[in-house]
Design a binder for this molecule. Sequence first.
Ligand SMILES: Nc1ncnc2c1ncn2[C@@H]1O[C@H](COP(=O)(O)OP(=O)(O)O)[C@@H](O)[C@H]1O
Ligand SMILES: [Mg+2]
Length: 399
Amino acid sequence: MDPVRNPYAPGAGQRPPELAGRDRELQVFDVVLERVARGRPERSLVLTGLRGVGKTVLLNTLRSQAINRLWGTGKIEARPDQSLRRPVAAALHMAIRELAPHHRAPDRIDEFLGVLKAFGSRIPAAKLKDRWQPGIDVPAAVGRADSGDIEIDLVELFTDAASVATDVGTGVALFIDEMQDCAPDDISALCAACHELSQTGAPLIVVGAGLPHLPALLSASKSYSERLFRYQRIDRLDRIAADLALCAPASREEVEYESKALDALYEASGGYPYFVQAYGKATWDHAPRSPITSADVLVAAPEAEAELAVGFFGSRFERATPAEREYMRTMATLSNGDDMSESVSTAEIARELGRKPASLSPARDALIKKGLIYSGERGTVAFTVPHFGRYLRSQPAGD
Ligand SMILES: Nc1ncnc2c1ncn2[C@@H]1O[C@H](COP(=O)(O)OP(=O)(O)O)[C@@H](O)[C@H]1O
Ligand SMILES: [Mg+2]
């Protein structure tokens, strides 16, 4: 059918034509926003899940929800080896710009901008390669959020941002994607700041998203983090939601699916949102007419798989060194037949490779840092990418 009208959107962070199966998360967030704006005790939110389940897209939707309630919002994507200071400063700058039009006292805004500037400028001299150009015209404040200790400074910055939001009767939400990539000091400072603010009922929340081991990272950093965050596991779509993700956009184009076609698509995608979009897109392009049949799905599947092999799996595999690839191939062999998200014991990997477990730690740690695998439980590892084991087993050996 007409590829121009193809509604599906495979791709990291691509807004899907229908956000299926996330009603509960959206409702919960509405309640959180309402409670926080009224100064009720509420926890910050953390979304966790494998790659391609729709965390980024959900985070963006929650942000729109906050904006609709006239909250100030900002978003950052954490990166390994990058301090949070400047990204947080930029995100809160954005949040305050959203609040400013509703605020009656411009000098309160300027006062905050001065603190923001002080916060963002305070980075270790060694890292001061480029000058910070925040586009803030007021002079940097002195004695607030500028101690150089990220934990102290973040508490002061968040407190002041929340106080501006209190003036206008809303709140501030800071969205952090790929939160597992935050440096340990930054994670710990974020926890401390959220802890402090939740005690005073100040209207600022952090909404994080990250890989499944993020809760473990947070509790390793601060033991109270379990009580601080509400964790929401974002998972594959159930059959009803996956069908809706395919059928709702199609019906807006007056296209239908035979029920056998939907069976075949669910079988192929396993309900993983990224795969739902990828198979949906290829099938649409191959189907000659509506209704789409299971034969159309069969013809289109190899093309969807070829695109996933390059864009979703291959691009990640290429980030690994030969030793790391061998490690992942062994994981794939050992997880054969099981559910693809199942974890594998590191001792078993060592045995399979005829190596001492300790000699494999560098490969394992590097793969975790690259975000290709994670360790949900001690002594086990799993792929962060669904169906990755299946993909590796289908590849010829060698690099
Ligand atoms: N609820 C959903 N319904 C349908 N498609 C979705 C949904 N959530 C995400 N997608 C699709 O899945 C893909 C991956 O989404 P993304 O947010 O990048 O995942 P993650 O951040 O978890 O890796 C995108 O193509 C997006 O359009
Ligand atoms: Mg993402």
